[in-house]
Design a protein around this ligand. Structure first.
Ligand code: AGP
Length: 614
């Protein structure tokens, strides 16, 4: 996903913009650029392909100055990664410059119209139609804001833009159309900031405004105004962001992913804070706006999500059906939005999303809500679209998750589903007070149980040294741990580029067992629960065919050591909460293997932290 930063104030804009882009590197990109309006009244641009270091070197050789500027990290959608396709993009006559996130779905039609009018395009990007249109309207005499609004109204698709004009050195205009990633305004002392995400500007201010869909804002050094696309002023809530800049930095860890894996016990504490009432054995989820009438009316729950969040929903199905007795279906956002699901007023849809900006999840959510479903969301990114459109929401409160590979958002979303299942179970009258009290009591020990997994980190490093050259991995699990096998496989493949598959262990005999040989390690989640004997049997079948097995087992289980080649012990955990603990060894194993392979752990190739395009 592209990153956007804008600045106007007393500081040197190029430095503020570049620093902000560095804070957004985790979003994935292939080129970057900065534009400023210098004192001599000229718009000057520096842009380069590759990492920000290349742009930084360019700026060192040929510095930019100015107190107003915009910048961008590009994740190519239209036009290959190249200097000419990198943002910012300048109008043909050099009067307007734009950075953009999203896709202008009708850009070919608009481009042809502009070419007929004599515009010469300099790039293959969809973005360039935006800047050429604004510039033509400005040159036709339209006021700057009007020129931008008229342009925006012609764009199809989800887009976020920031526009700077040669004729208006005292202001920037930004806008959000659809769900192409957010536009956040940072309100400083005699300075203003624009960013696609909080970490880019958190070191300067905590006062932030989040633009909603089809809103724009004009910012100057001392003021800002949010408005709709007809120019009508709007009042926007100013949020005080409690995150501290340090927590958005790596600290003593080598990678953001490593930091976020180790932060999970604290993230679990934070997501429980104010919600699990251990004294009275109750759950409090005020942002969910639940009532007994609503909880009893809902007869079907769809969980929609993508990637890791989808696997969290697969585990959540067990919680909602087991604890709240609520029939639950889990679907990929990209599938749900196209298969015409049966939605009635008795349907609830729960979206699970770390970024709150995933296009497939958002589209599925909005479609379900429009069809009459009650929309709930479990989201980490504060102020994101998923958080704003939901009828009820549980903020994960996991703090910024910067590593592309999702870890603490996964475990906190499992805990949040557990809390929601308990709340729904109580309101639906299917949970006795005693059962509810026990379920809440089980949560109290979870942070400590998760924390104890890290005692074995040295052993995970040994395993990684042993297996990092493998070309294929198989992950097996049963019941509520089957989604954890899927998540373990995804973690490994997305950061180490090793092919890995997750499979329900009971399915091995229906095909995958043909793959077994000594070159393909098999990770089996075999912690003590009602399916333990079954998974041990699958381990034995795998071993009988020459397979190599790494078992995740419950501490104290000595029998498993006779079956598996390697055993990772985890603390004994109540079965419904076991996925939270069982996934951590898989995260650590994947992390250490990827580090051994010299992979770019925080920014794996081809991936973005939040996929805001289809
Ligand atoms: C997980 O490690 C990946 N980064 C990816 O699958 C991610 O979970 C997916 O894109 C969904 O993102 P979201 O939770 O922000 O919606």
């Amino acid at each position: 996903m592209c990153g956007i930063v804008g600045y106007i104030g007393a500081r040197q804009a190029p430095q503020v913009v570049l620093q902000g882009l560095k804070r957004l590197e985790y979003r994935g990109y292939d080129s970057a650029g900065v534009a400023t309006l210098a004192h001599n009244g000229e718009i000057t641009i520096r842009r380069n392909v590759g990492k920000l270091a290349n742009l930084e070197a360019m700026l060192a050789d040929s510095p930019l100055t100015g107190h107003i500027g915009i910048g961008h990290t590009r994740w190519a959608t239209h036009g290959a990664p190249s200097q000419r396709n990198a943002h910012p993009h300048l109008g043909m006559n050099g009067r307007v410059v734009v950075v953009h996130n999203g896709i202008v779905e009708n850009f070919l039609v608009l481009r042809e119209e502009l070419e007929v009018e004599g515009v010469q395009f300099q790039s293959e990007t969809d973005t360039e139609v935006i800047v050429q249109m604004v510039e033509r309207y400005v040159e036709a005499g339209l006021e700057f804001g009007t020129a931008v609004r008229r342009t925006l109204k012609q764009l199809h698709g989800a887009n976020a833009v920031v526009v700077m004009s040669l004729d208006h050195p005292d202001r920037l205009i930004c806008a959000r159309l659809g769900n192409a990633g957010g536009i956040t305004l940072g309100i400083g002392q005699e300075e203003m900031f624009i960013a696609s995400d909080i970490p880019a500007i958190l070191e300067y201010t905590r006062q932030m405004v989040f633009l909603e869909n089809r809103q724009m804002a004009q910012i100057s050094q001392r003021d800002y105004q949010v408005m709709d696309l007809d120019g009508n002023p709007l009042t926007a809530e100013v949020h005080n962001i409690a995150w501290d800049p340090v927590s958005a930095a790596k600290g003593e860890y080598k990678h953001f992913m490593q930091k976020e894996i180790f932060e999970q016990p604290q993230a679990i504490i934070d997501t429980l804070r104010g919600r699990a009432d251990f004294e009275n054995g109750r759950v409090s989820l005020p942002e969910m706006n639940l009532t007994p009438e609503l909880a009893q009316r809902i007869q079907k729950l769809f969980i929609v999500a993508c990637g890791t969040s989808y696997y969290s929903g697969l585990a959540g199905k067990f919680l909602f059906e087991h604890i709240a007795r609520l029939p639950t279906e889990v679907e990929y956002g990209s599938e749900f939005r196209y298969y015409n699901p049966i939605i009635t007023e008795d349907t609830a849809v729960l979206s699970i999303t770390q970024s709150g900006e995933t296009a497939d999840t958002l589209a599925a959510s909005e479609q379900a809500q429009a069809a009459g479903a009650t929309l709930w969301s479990i989201v980490n990114a504060f102020g994101s679209q998923s958080m704003r459109i939901a009828d009820g929401c549980i903020p994960m409160q996991a703090g910024p998750e910067i590593g592309v590979a999702s870890t603490k958002a996964f475990t906190t979303s499992l805990v949040d589903q557990y809390l929601l299942a308990c709340a729904l179970g109580e309101l639906r009258g299917v949970l006795s007070p005693a059962r509810l009290r026990q379920l809440i009591a089980d949560l109290a020990q979870l942070p400590d149980l998760a924390g104890r997994v890290f005692d074995e980190d040295a052993y995970y490093q040994e395993l990684a040294a042993h297996f990092f050259k493998a070309q294929n991995f198989l992950f097996l699990g049963r019941g509520i741990n089957y989604p954890i096998a899927l998540e373990g496989a995804l973690k490994l493949k997305e950061i180490s580029y090793i092919h890995a598959e997750g499979y329900p262990a009971g399915e091995m005999k229906h095909g995958p067992i043909a793959l077994i040989d000594e070159t393909m390690p098999v990770v089996a989640i075999a912690t003590k629960d009602s399916l333990y004997e079954k998974i041990v049997s699958q381990i034995q079948q795998t071993k009988a065919r020459g397979g190599v097995v790494i078992a995740v087992a419950t501490e104290g289980d000595e029998a498993i050591a006779r079956e598996a080649d390697h055993v990772i012990y985890v603390p004994k955990t109540p079965p419904l909460l076991a996925p939270v603990v069982n996934v951590i060894p898989l995260q650590l194993l994947s992390y250490h293997i990827a580090v051994r392979r010299g992979a770019d752990v925080d920014q794996p190739r081809n991936l973005a932290k939040s996929v805001t395009v289809e």
